[in-house]
Design a protein around this ligand. Structure first.
Ligand SMILES: [Fe+2]
Ligand SMILES: [Fe+2]
Length: 404
């Protein structure tokens, strides 16, 4: 069968190399893959990179990546360079789970922890337990022929997932995956499995840390019923501005969480003041302003970069660019960038949300007001970035809508 990817001109017909040259080529690709994988810090980048590397290294039309929790396999992503439209290109999946058993090709590979190379899935041996599900082929007018399923194993031979390659291209035709390739692909699969597992663990840790902090913040602010989604939005808005200023993904993750701590000091404010529907008296306003120093005190002394940043934000988020804010009347760049960011996003969010003392404002009026306060309340550079980020800010409001 002629390769669909070659027919469409997506790949050039494979060159015929000598055995030595092919081996050198594999070694070079393994080395490059190891270097590239080591630099990746998030799962979707990893999946995209791996899929591209695997398709080149396997000289094939497609690739799927599945992770394992030892009971089930989860389809994470696939790439098919022979197909266009919805069925082609890079696809990411969530919640496509397969039980680990011998009924499927990837399941059989996972159970045996051995490479399974099939020359033609429509001509499986009669004694094979597993079968090929041709539904995708029929729906997409595609024909899968050769498959290589490779278990991803750690150094203790624990299963981390399965890498599946589809339709090896030899010259212009689909052919079985060559035996000499298997050891190299096995090395690649194991590397991928380990990086994937590390990233999944880091993500799990990040998620549980995020949830812990959110529970803490919500406990501090539970009396403030008007704040629906406020802390989530402040975290997201702050991370957007931080990212646009050039901070790394990791720094933005820290910022996203630290920003949510800006008002934890409000735990010290009496209900009569915190929930007062009308305008505060000067004395009440002074008491309310104590939440900045109080929040700073609550968070000071912690070792984690996130809590350190949270302490700065708690203290600085009511300072103003022109030096008329509180508690220390700092001005301009003497206010740390984290404080300047939360100052602007906190006001932005308050203006476009309903509060016990006001209705929400129309968005145009909100943006106008922010613009008018550029260089007074807010850092002019941040005002500019916020105005340029309207779409991203709107997406956050859709995800975490305030009370209407
Ligand atoms: Fe505040
Ligand atoms: Fe706030």
């Amino acid at each position: 069968m002629r390769s669909i990817a070659v027919q469409k001109g997506v790949v050039q017909p494979g060159k015929r190399l000598s055995a030595d040259d092919r081996m050198l080529d594999y070694l070079k690709q393994i080395f490059e893959a190891g270097t590239a994988l080591a630099e990746i810090d998030n799962i979707s980048h990893l999946l995209e990179k791996v899929a591209k590397i695997a398709v080149v290294m396997g000289s094939c039309e497609g690739c799927s990546i599945l992770s394992s929790n030892n009971k089930e396999l989860e389809f994470l992503a696939s790439l098919n360079i022979g197909m266009s439209g919805d069925a082609g290109g890079m696809q990411y999946f969530s919640n496509i789970i397969l039980p680990i058993n011998s009924k499927t090709i990837v399941g059989h590979c996972a159970i045996t922890k051995k490479i399974l190379s099939i020359d033609d899935v429509y001509k499986l041996p009669a004694d094979a337990n597993y079968s090929y599900n041709s539904q995708w082929d029929e729906e997409n007018n595609y024909r899968c022929e050769s498959i290589l399923a490779i278990p991803m194993l750690d150094s203790k031979q624990n299963l981390l997932g399965v890498l599946e390659l589809i339709n090896h291209i030899s010259g212009e035709d689909i052919a079985p995956f060559p035996a000499e390739m298997l050891e190299y692909i096995r090395v690649l699969a194991n590397q991928v499995g380990i990086v994937l597992k590390n990233l999944q663990q880091a993500e799990e840790l990040r998620r549980s840390r995020y949830e812990t902090v959110m529970q803490f913040v919500k406990a501090c602010e539970y009396r403030d019923h008007d704040m629906h989604g406020h802390i989530e939005r402040i975290g997201e808005y702050s991370a957007i501005l931080f990212q646009k200023l050039g901070y790394t993904t990791e720094e933005c993750n820290i910022m996203r969480l630290a920003a949510t701590l800006h008002d934890v000091g409000k735990i010290s404010i009496p209900d009569a003041i915190l929930k007062k529907p009308g305008i505060l008296t000067p004395e009440e306003r002074l008491i309310m302003q104590e939440h900045a120093a109080c929040g700073h005190e609550m968070l000071t002394g912690a070792e984690s970069p996130m809590l350190k940043m949270g302490a700065i934000i708690a203290l600085m988020h009511h300072e103003k660019w022109d030096g008329t804010g509180y508690p220390n009347k700092l001005a301009g760049k003497n206010i740390p960038i984290e404080g300047r960011i939360v100052a602007i996003v906190d006001v932005f969010d308050a203006l476009c949300s309903r509060r016990c003392y006001k209705e929400s404002w129309p968005m145009e009026k909100v943006y106008e007001t922010i613009e008018q306060d550029s260089g007074k309340h807010f850092d002019p550079e941040l005002v500019k970035i916020l105005q340029e980020s309207r779409q991203e800010f709107e997406a956050v409001r859709e995800k975490y809508p305030p009370h209407k």
